[in-house]
Design a protein around this ligand. Structure first.
Ligand code: ADP
Length: 452
């Protein structure tokens, strides 16, 4: 029988999603299952979940004032297990003052749920801070599983005061030392995951190096330098993200030439002047994603491009883009929703995709863009360095509006030329599937299990 893996993530596509973590948790387990591993994915049962799991049981805890609901959906060889409690019956997944408390409860419930399911995983694979407290909880239990902690974004850590985190999670005080979850006098759930796991990975080789420097290390660079961090480049679900079969597209295409119909449809839908190139962005509206570079430059950018932005997040960004859209409706389109179908239409219909990130652990949007023949224009940082060489896109180094505008000008000049088409085709032909990464994770699990 294949090794058993418990994969834990606070969001999982297609059931819940706010960003790339959901894409990873929805696709990597399927790729691992294809390699013969037995994978269970554990995630919160949000009231907004996009499917209704089968209720397979409830558990009572003295620390939770309602029964914990356990739900299950089996799909493509993987069991998705959902943990339901009132804390997850809210409009958004995160962004609440009590997030650390909510996810402490999730972590605390995880081990009893394993017991309920009579699972004894060989490896428990944790992802980002929401799952970090599981690492010390496992270490202080009689469970023998190996722990892997994957960093998807070190900027989010789940930081709170130590006494309350211990009380909420049921952890003993000895886990709170400097070698444990302590972080500048507080508790960091991310640090808990890092400190108590047997292996630390992150989602690209370049980000693995970057987070060991003060600039990107979020105060944990010293700690990370004392450990080994392995960068395994993310893939995407190439069946789901496939311009030839995409369920959300009216005009599907297999070649770069045929992409023009999807482009024309997008311009028509949005009332954009189709004689100009279309620059797309599908993004969380946060500082990380380079919005502070884009906004002041937008009046300049729209001289050359139609700009289509799909992004939810910080209100000041939403308001600023809305104002520009109202001034220039045939050059700027904007939606502040989280809108999966619209995202697909942008990836397919845009000529280029802008990703001027301040930092980028891996980035999936540029991989999706390339698969759709849409040329990424990126800031060279993190996973964007690893995935967008000059042969497939455009880029710039300095985090400055001028540098970004220069890259955009270079791209604009090449639009429709053979150079442009060569880059677009190189992107479409690239293998961006999970196959390679799944093999690397499998090898990592095997190594840990041999060492034990
Ligand atoms: P991050 O995880 O930092 O947000 P990634 O590039 O790794 O960035 O992944 C972003 C994922 O979220 C992609 O699948 C992208 O298409 C999707 N996404 C981001 N914002 C939206 C939105 N407003 N509507 C639909 N999909 C979105």
């Amino acid at each position: 029988m294949g090794r058993q893996i418990a994969f834990v993530s606070s969001e999982v596509h297609p059931y819940s999603k706010s960003g790339g973590l959901a894409d990873v948790a929805g696709a990597l387990p399927l790729a691992l299952a294809k390699l013969g591993l037995q994978v269970h994915v554990f995630s919160p049962w949000y009231s907004s979940l996009k499917a209704t799991p089968e209720l397979i049981g409830t558990l009572d805890f003295e620390w939770l004032y309602q029964p914990l609901r356990i739900g299950k959906i089996s799909s493509q060889g993987v069991d998705f297990i959902f943990l339901g409690m009132h804390a997850f019956d809210r409009a958004n997944y995160y962004g609440y003052f009590d997030d650390v408390r909510r996810f402490s409860a999730f972590c605390r419930a995880f081990l009893p749920v394993l017991g309920f399911l009579e699972l004894k995983p060989d490896v428990i694979h944790l992802n980002d801070w929401q799952t970090g407290l599981i690492a010390p909880l496992v270490t202080h239990s009689n469970i023998k599983a190996k722990l892997v902690y994957s960093i998807h974004n070190l900027a989010y850590q789940g930081r709170w005061n130590i006494p309350e985190v211990l009380a909420w999670s049921g952890l003993p005080p000895e886990v709170a030392g400097q070698e444990g979850l302590e972080y500048y006098g507080d508790a960091s759930c991310a640090k808990a995951g890092l400190a108590f796991s047997s292996a630390i990975t992150t989602v690209s080789p370049t980000y693995a190096l970057e987070i060991q420097t003060p600039e990107y290390g979020e105060g944990l660079d010293g700690f990370l330098r004392s450990r080994s961090v392995k960068g395994i480049l993310n893939g995407i679900d190439t069946e789901y993200w496939n311009p030839g079969t995409d369920q959300f597209l009216e005009h599907r295409y297999k070649t770069l030439e045929a992409k023009s119909a999807a482009r024309a449809a997008l311009c028509q839908e949005l009332g954009l002047d189709a004689s100009r190139p279309v620059l797309g962005m599908v993004t969380r509206l946060t500082d990380q994603k380079g919005l502070d570079l884009v906004l002041p430059a937008l009046p300049e950018i729209v001289k050359d491009w139609n700009v289509v932005v799909l992004g939810s997040g910080e209100e000041h960004y939403q308001n600023a883009i809305k104002a520009l859209k109202n001034q220039m409706p045939s050059q700027v389109a904007f939606s502040d929703k989280f809108d999966e179908p619209f995202a697909h239409r942008i990836y397919a219909g845009a000529d280029a995709f802008l990703m001027p990130s301040r930092f980028e652990p891996c980035g999936l949007s540029q991989l999706i863009s390339m698969r759709y023949g849409t040329i990424p224009i990126v800031r060279y940082t993190g996973g964007l360095i690893d995935t967008v060489p000059e042969s497939r896109g455009y880029g710039f180094h300095d985090y400055q509006t001028g540098a970004m505008l220069e890259a955009l000008t270079n791209a604009r000049r090449a639009w429709k030329t053979e150079i442009w088409q060569g880059k677009a085709r190189a992107g479409m032909n690239l293998n961006v599937s999970w196959d390679a990464a799944a093999l690397e994770y499998q090898a990592l699990y095997a190594r840990l299990l041999v060492e034990s």
